[in-house]
Design a binder for this molecule. Structure first.
Ligand SMILES: *Cc1c(COP(=O)(O)O)cnc(C)c1O
Length: 493
């Protein structure tokens, strides 16, 4: 199975090379040349398997240049006691036709763990296969969730180092504590004076510095990123769509072959796109419901075929979905159109004008699989309160967006059994969840918020977030954005 670039379909590489490179040389994203198929019998067989065994069935289809032994090693290194639930991604039934897929039982309590616990293992083995002898140093600029999930994934993985830069005044107290207490001999965390843009611009500048790359290369290092356009981050997400389907059937609420809808809190379009791959492989998926907050650029695109990022940017209580450019949409546009020239052209328009329009054929084809909706912060909070009071189920702000959009959707459509993807533990966003429950949390710090949510609801805090304020703070460095390169230089001395 080879991978091709969305901007040049003549450029074809192995899975190991696609994962090693991250991005194609023409700036395009890698997609599988053909989408592998799976039979209903194979899906049925997965019903009695563990999550790890289900993962092997799916990964084998996409990573033909890896042996079964290698894949088993990668999977067991990725999903073990680092997850606090034996099912890895358990289903919680709200009623017989609505189940919540809890994707936050990993070490950082957010769904990005499913991909970022696996990526380091996929990446280091891919690099070896491609003959790379230097060590990789991952550079991350983070506005919160990704930094911690990447740190935890790469911590103490042989042949890797990781440096995370976070904006001094741009992450929550809990997020900061999570990062500065990170264990591991190969990790470094630094605050950058400024906002997220300053940190990101600084990292991009370091990536673009050829002379610095040569210096590092002589020392046996090269720089890479862990962002969500790498195929190695998307692939592990396909697994849980299958796993949720099997668990839904096992619950007795549907039978093999019945259709399930999935409602997905969406930002960069990676998570929901994994669901689309699952459907194209042969999983009986009806609609993928793309759920957005006030930054509803995708809702408009799916309704009109026009993508337009020239609009106000809202800072919401579901910050991981505050995104105006959803990079993974490029993969969908290419796979639906099979037209690499068109995709290059659309991406040029997005860069220069901030918008593009696709033709009717493309948007109708996309609408066969996707529905969309959005809600604001008030509706999100109402949903959190309602879920807690009526269903005795505590959900985070991102998950609440999906539940709310599903509720709207069901007022106008038949009630199809649906899986709602839950992307973060409510404990990751304590302040907003507490305020939704009517608590005043002004001036509370991270650890106090965790205790307050526990006292208010009786729901246990996840182990990784407990006693966060009692852990050793390992990283106190603060840098001007101009000096970020010096931080990297000294760490890799
Ligand atoms: C990253 C993230 C999302 C959005 O996922 P995409 O793959 O970017 O669409 C939603 N919820 C949470 C909690 C996240 O961290």
């Amino acid at each position: 199975m080879n991978y091709i670039s969305t901007r040049n379909k003549g450029y074809s590489v192995s899975a190991a090379e696609a994962i090693s490179r991250g991005l194609a040389p023409d700036g395009g994203l890698f997609v599988p040349e053909t989408i592998p198929s799976i039979s209903m019998d194979e899906i049925r067989n997965m019903g009695s398997m563990s999550y790890q065994e289900r993962a092997l069935v799916i990964l084998e289809k996409y990573l033909s240049d890896f042996s079964e032994e290698e894949l088993k090693d990668i999977i067991s290194a990725s999903y073990g006691s680092n997850f606090d639930h034996k099912d890895v991604t358990p289903l919680h039934f709200v009623d017989s036709s609505t189940a919540c897929l809890e994707l936050w039982h990993g070490p950082t309590c957010a769904f990005k763990d499913l991909a970022l616990q696996m990526l380091p293992h996929l990446l280091t083995r891919s690099l070896k296969k491609c003959g790379e002898t230097r060590d990789v140093c991952i550079l991350v600029a983070t506005s919160g969730d990704t930094g911690k999930a990447a740190l935890d994934g790469f911590a103490d993985v042989d042949g890797t180092k990781i440096i995370v830069f976070y904006p001094d005044d741009g992450v929550s107290n809990v997020q900061k504590l999570q990062m500065v207490t990170q264990a591991g001999g190969n990790v470094l965390v630094y605050a950058v004076k400024g906002n997220f843009d300053d940190a990101q611009t600084g990292v991009k500048k370091i990536f673009g510095d050829k002379a610095f790359a040569d210096v590092l290369s002589e020392r046996g290092y090269f720089l890479s990123s862990a962002n969500s356009i790498n195929w190695g981050r998307l692939l592990p997400q396909i697994v849980y769509y299958f796993s949720a389907y099997c668990d839904f059937v096992n619950s007795g609420n549907i039978s093999w072959g019945d259709i399930l809808d999935y409602a997905v809190p969406t930002g960069n379009f990676g998570d929901i796109l994994a669901g689309w791959y699952a459907k194209k492989m042969g999983l009986p998926v009806g609609n993928l419901i793309c759920c957005s907050n006030a930054n509803n650029v995708l809702t408009d695109f799916l309704n009109t075929g026009r993508y337009n990022k020239n609009r106000p940017f809202y800072t919401t209580i579901s910050p991981s979905m505050d995104i105006l450019v959803s990079s993974n949409l490029e993969r969908l546009l290419f796979t639906v159109s099979q037209n690499d020239e068109l995709v290059s052209d659309l991406m040029k328009q997005l860069f220069s004008e901030g918008s593009y329009q696709v033709d009717d054929a493309i948007i109708s084809s996309i609408r066969e699989d996707f529905r969309s909706g959005c809600c604001d912060d008030t509706e999100t909070k109402d949903m959190i309160r309602k879920s807690y009071q009526d269903e005795d189920y505590l959900i985070d702000t991102h998950t609440a967006v999906a539940f709310r959009v599903l509720e709207q959707y069901r007022t106008e459509n038949a009630n199809v059994p649906t899986v709602v993807l839950s992307t973060a533990s409510p404990y990751k966003f304590c302040d907003s969840v507490l305020s939704a429950l009517g608590k005043n949390v002004d001036n509370c710090l991270g650890a106090e918020l965790i205790n307050a949510l526990n006292e208010t609801t009786g729901v246990k805090a996840p182990e990784p977030l407990k006693d966060l304020d009692k852990r050793e703070v390992r990283f106190t460095g603060v840098t001007e954005k101009e000096d970020m390169i010096t931080v990297v230089d000294q760490f890799l001395a």
